[in-house]
Ligand binder design. Structure first.
Ligand code: KE4
Length: 428
């Protein structure tokens, strides 16, 4: 029995499913979870001392790689002066100022401790600002696990949502209407049906929780036009895309300015940080300035904020990082696509900048319904064949691969060659 297997056996005695977040159970690839011990650069080492080139990257925060020196130093320096104060600190002012500088349209921002908390707070603020209750989300987009976001489509397009998890009250789900990603006509129908009852539309500007799905040309622009026309707020959930697809986030990358943003992951540099922000008039409803209550013991935590600041300042000071990520991402996607074509394997490789997903399906994926046509058993075989060769991929067809500045071109070349070898051996 491997050490990871031993640990997983014990973990299941004390922790639901043996993990503190479901995807880490590796169920959809039929494997024992890899228990991490150490990370450095693009690599992690597991409890059995096996080294992997890591494309999970903690699900997005580690755009600079594991244990990036400036981030580690910032964490240590901050921690020496105390882990938390429950008082405001200068770092929080610097973080808020930096985000407003880098993201056009963000005038005020509030720090929280996770992406989930950022989204639930932003939705509450949107409802408080507009005085309306309905929120529209898109199938296949994940916005954390607050009740109103764990909702699946109702019977008809414009009907109230249904709980997508046990424990979510029907009443909570009823406040959310769900539309297919990239379905501009569907959004128009929802707004026609609900007129001025909609507080906000929340969207991942690049879908990354159904695998990576790009916005169709004009989709984001239409969401901007339709919401503005109806007096509803547009919320970009940039927990993944924020500071990943560009230093100016997806809103800057696509040139579409929402009313609110949610952030997480990269702005914490691997520590628990989330944030929500946007127009000053909208954010002015948030307590203690306004009537929308939101609070957090560790919001803006000095150690976590130090990690986030070190990450963002490194990204801001070295534009070569994004050029390198774009080059490596494009090389990986085109290289893998060529391998699958060469071996006659039905696969579509999609992504943007440092994000990628291999969908084992015949046609391009532009919605969750498309994504669900993928051969998840084949993805599991692909996952295992890569893990065997020291390449750690997202243990689910419906997640993204994350590249970091620490991944080298030779890492990418090795990944492509490994896929070629595995395909040739009939392992995928
Ligand atoms: P957290 O509460 O997990 O920090 O963030 C929730 C969230 C919000 N919005 C988007 C677009 C997200 O992708 C996430 C969380 N992402 C997943 C990865 N698909 C986190 C991994 C996990 O759940 O363990």
């Amino acid at each position: 029995m491997s050490r990871s297997e031993e640990l997983f056996t014990e973990a299941q005695r004390y922790i639901p499913g043996g993990v503190n977040s479901p995807v880490r159970a590796f169920r959809s690839v039929g494997s024992t979870p890899v228990f991490a011990v150490r990370g450095s650069g693009a690599c992690i080492w597991d409890a059995d001392g096996k080294r992997y080139t890591d494309y999970i990257g903690s699900w997005g925060p580690l755009i600079l790689g594991h244990a990036f020196p400036a981030v580690t130093e910032a964490i240590c320096d901050a921690a020496k002066n105390g882990a938390s104060f429950g008082l405001p600190t200068e770092r929080e002012v610097r973080m808020a100022r930096l985000i407003t500088e880098l993201v056009k349209g963000v005038e005020m921002v509030r720090m929280v401790s996770s992406g989930t908390e950022a989204v639930l707070s932003a939705v509450r603020a949107a409802r408080g600002f507009t005085g309306r209750e309905l929120v529209v989300k898109f199938s296949g987009c994940y916005h954390g696990h607050s009740d109103s976001m764990l909702v699946k489509a109702g019977s008809g397009l414009a009907t109230a949502g249904l709980p997508d998890s046990a424990g979510v009250p029907a009443a909570a789900a009823a406040g959310t209407v769900t539309c297919a990603y990239n379905d501009t006509e569907g959004i128009k129908q929802i707004f026609a049906a609900h007129k001025d009852g909609i507080a906000a539309v929340i969207v991942e500007p690049v879908g990354a929780n159904m695998g990576v799905v790009l916005p169709a040309p004009g989709f984001l622009e239409e969401l901007r036009r339709i919401t503005a026309e109806a007096g509803a707020l547009l919320i970009f959930d940039e927990v993944i895309t924020g500071f990943r697809v560009s230093l100016n986030c997806a809103s800057g990358y696509f040139g579409v300015t929402p009313d609110m943003w949610t952030f997480g992951k990269i702005i914490g540099g691997g520590l628990p940080v989330g944030a929500y922000g946007g127009r000053r008039d909208v954010m002015s409803v948030v307590a203690p300035l306004g009537p929308v209550y939101q609070a957090g013991t560790l919001s803006g935590n000095p150690v976590a904020t130090a990690a986030g600041l070190a990450t963002l300042e490194t990204l801001k000071n070295d534009s070569g990082i994004y050029r390198g990520l774009a080059e490596k991402g494009e090389k990986l996607r085109s290289g893998l696509a060529s391998v699958f074509k060469k071996h006659g394997i039905e696969a579509v490789v999609q992504g943007l900048e440092s994000l990628a997903t291999v969908f084992f399906t015949a046609s391009p994926v532009s919605s969750y319904d498309d994504a669900k046509k993928s051969d998840t058993a084949r993805y599991a075989r692909f996952w295992k064949s890569m893990a065997k060769r020291g390449i750690l991929l997202a243990p689910s067809q419906f997640e993204a691969l994350f590249l970091s500045a620490a991944h080298s071109l030779s890492d990418i070349e090795y990944f492509i060659a490994a896929a070629d070898e595995a395909a040739h051996a009939g392992e995928i």
